[in-house]
Design a protein around this ligand. Structure first.
Ligand SMILES: [Zn+2]
Length: 275
C-alpha cells in the first residue's frame, strides 16, 4: 500500500531531529534520529507499508552548503638561495639543491659529463667525428637522463611549494620582482640562482593563482623587503647576505632574515597585480 502526500501548507512536512509532521497525520516519531536533515525542505512524500512496517520516502530540496572562501590572511613569499622560499605563514622550504638527493645526482652528472668530454676529445684527436661510436652515444644518453632526472626533482619541488600555499586560498600572495638576470651576473651566485628556477616557480604560481582565484601581487625589486623591520618599519642601510638573523636597532626585534622579508612582502601596500 502506498499513500502519496503532497505539501499543501507551509507547516506540512516539518522535519525535526526525532519526528516529522506528515500532512493529515500530524507529527510522527521517526525510527532513525537525524536521518532526515533538519534543514531539508520536503517537497512531497510517500508513505508505504511493507510487511507490517511503515516506510516514508521523501523528495527533499537540500540547500547547497555555502562554499565559504577560507579566509586565511595574505601570504608573502620570500625567494632565496639559502632557503628556496620563506612564507609569512611560517613555512620555510629549504633549498632542495643542497639536499643529498640532488647532490648525488649532480655528482653523477658531473662524472658522466667529464667522461663524455674525454671520449669526444679522444675522437677529435684521432680525426674522427665527435658523435660517432656506441660508447659516446650511450654516454650522451646517460648525461641527458641525469639532466632530465634533476630537472624533474626540481620541478616537482616547485610544484609542491606552490600547491601547498595556493591550496589554503589566502586573500592574496605577494612575491618580489626578482632581478634574476642581475643575480646571474654575479658569478658566485649564478649557478645557485639558475638552479632554483625562480622564473618557472613564478609562472606556475601565477597559473595556479588564476585557477584558484587568488590574487597574486608583485612588489618592485626596489622595495627593501629584507632591510625593513617587519615590526617597527625601520629600514637598515646595510644588511650583508651572511646576516641570517635580522636584528632591529630601533625596536630590538630579532627574527630570521627570510621570515622578516616574507612578513614585509605580505604587508606591502605598493604592488602590481599579476592575476
Ligand atoms: Zn624594528
Amino acid at each position: 500500500m502506498k499513500v502519496y502526500l503532497p505539501k499543501n501548507s507551509k507547516t506540512d512536512w516539518t522535519a525535526q531531529r526525532h519526528r516529522i509532521k506528515i500532512p493529515t497525520f500530524n507529527f510522527v516519531r521517526l525510527k532513525e534520529f537525524g536521518y532526515i536533515p533538519v534543514n531539508a525542505v520536503v517537497i512531497n512524500g510517500t508513505l508505504s507499508i511493507k510487511a507490517g512496517r511503515v516506510f516514508l520516502s521523501l523528495l527533499c530540496d537540500i540547500p547547497e552548503p555555502k562554499i565559504e572562501r577560507a579566509v586565511t590572511p595574505g601570504v608573502g613569499i620570500d625567494l632565496g638561495i639559502k632557503n628556496f622560499a620563506a612564507l609569512s605563514n611560517g613555512n620555510i622550504y629549504p633549498n632542495i639543491n643542497k639536499t643529498s638527493k640532488v647532490k648525488r645526482q649532480e655528482k653523477k652528472l658531473k662524472r658522466e659529463s667529464r667522461a663524455l668530454a674525454r671520449k669526444q676529445n679522444a675522437k677529435k684527436k684521432a680525426g674522427k667525428t665527435v658523435e660517432s661510436g656506441s660508447n659516446i652515444i650511450k654516454n650522451t644518453l646517460r648525461v641527458q637522463k641525469l639532466h632530465y632526472r634533476i630537472g624533474n626533482i626540481r620541478e616537482e619541488y616547485r610544484h609542491s611549494v606552490v600547491n601547498a600555499v595556493v591550496k589554503t586560498k589566502p586573500q592574496h600572495i605577494t612575491v618580489e620582482d626578482l632581478n634574476v638576470r642581475g643575480m646571474v651576473k654575479n658569478r658566485h651566485l649564478a649557478k645557485a640562482v639558475t638552479d632554483q628556477g625562480f622564473y618557472a616557480f613564478k609562472l606556475f604560481l601565477l597559473a595556479q593563482c588564476r585557477k584558484q582565484g587568488v590574487e597574486l601581487r608583485q612588489v618592485s625589486m626596489f622595495y627593501p623587503s629584507s632591510k625593513t623591520c617587519s615590526n617597527c618599519g625601520a629600514v637598515k642601510k646595510h644588511l650583508s647576505l651572511s646576516e641570517r638573523t635580522y636584528k632591529c636597532n630601533s625596536c630590538g626585534l630579532e627574527i630570521d632574515r627570510d621570515l622578516n622579508a616574507a612578513y614585509n612582502l605580505r604587508d606591502a601596500n605598493q604592488y602590481t597585480i599579476l592575476t
